[in-house]
Write a protein that binds this ligand. Sequence first.
Ligand code: ADP
Ligand code: MG
Length: 395
Amino acid sequence: MLQKKSIEDVDVKGIKILLRADFNVPLEEGKVRDDARIRAVVPTIENLLSRGAALVLASHLGRPKGEAVPGLKMDPVADRLGELLGKPVRKLDRVFGPEVSKAVDEMKSGEILLLENLRFEKGEESNDRDFARQLAEPVDLFVSDAFGTAHRAHASTAGVAEFIPAVAGLLMKKEIEELSRCLENPQRPLTAILGGAKVSDKINVMRRFLQLTDHLLVGGGMANTFLAARGYSLGQSFYEQDLLETAQSIINESEKSGCRLILPDDLVVTRELKPGSESEVMAPQDISGDWKAVDIGPETVKSFGRYISTSAMIIWNGPLGVFETPPFDEGTRLTAREVASSNAYSVVGGGDLVAALEALDLAGKVDFISTGGGATLEFWEGKELPGIKVLQDKT
Ligand code: ADP
Ligand code: MG
């Protein structure tokens, strides 16, 4: 397993820390609509403050692309974080410069402030070395809790570590532990469930899962591409025409690997993607005309359920149908119920799947929910994420 230093391995009393968080939260009318990402960092903040550090918090919010966009200022985050911590969080209107240096110089142990949106500065996403140096300048230590952004080599996720020592926060540490243990030291049978729209987003993770898991259950739009590769015409269903060969080669690889690749036996089809529109259940070979497959069918739910109930560990990325349009969330919901009621240790990742589980009120039923979308996928692919690579190794 990746052995990275965390805040638990360093003395932080009396020092000043730049804490990179992922506070990229949805806003509504100038307020934070969903504070899950803020709450996820509170344990790290409280740990560091109680041990006598002074904290300079920084995050990006939305996509301001190097310009100061008034609707993307960090003030709503400061307000919500203040409520969660039970004390006001001072927010600065700049990311670096004399105002920031002065404010940080004056900070005392146990104090906290939040910088302005990092992506108001062009140097953030371009990982500009001079900008990274300016971020590091007023502080002694860099702590990263921004797992969701760790697959990006930005100034505040990677560049800054050239100038000050860098260690993981508690959330980052937990993500690394949870996401590695299902691949490095799994309990078996280990079952992976993959859904979502496109095979093209997930080719690498699929290939890795074929090597590492015992069963790979595939649903969602990506299953259509595999069924099309098997020769079914699938009517008007979404699939990726240019990935048919790739899908076929993955099917061939699965036959040589120790992993069973399971595709849907039946699908829910509709002519119109609208809530409550007319739908039927069809076998893949029966789908034609203007029907489109938008969810896994009841036989597939049962067959997935059999693999799930006999697994010791489950990893799941991507919804199994067009969950945004009920009733086509049914396959995802019933499968989530199976995962929740099985004895298996379950780890879930992916922006849309996590949103689906939250909407279905099932998020609390799995053992670990990753805060990453793209970062989780790249981690599972076995890539070295730039924001993790820069953290100091445990010696
Ligand atoms: P995640 O964010 O969990 O990794 P993706 O971004 O890969 O998931 O895919 C999510 C999208 O896949 C959703 O918007 C969902 O509507 C879509 N999807 C799922 N099943 C189908 C399908 N059968 N046809 C078209 N789109 C689908
Ligand atoms: Mg997504």
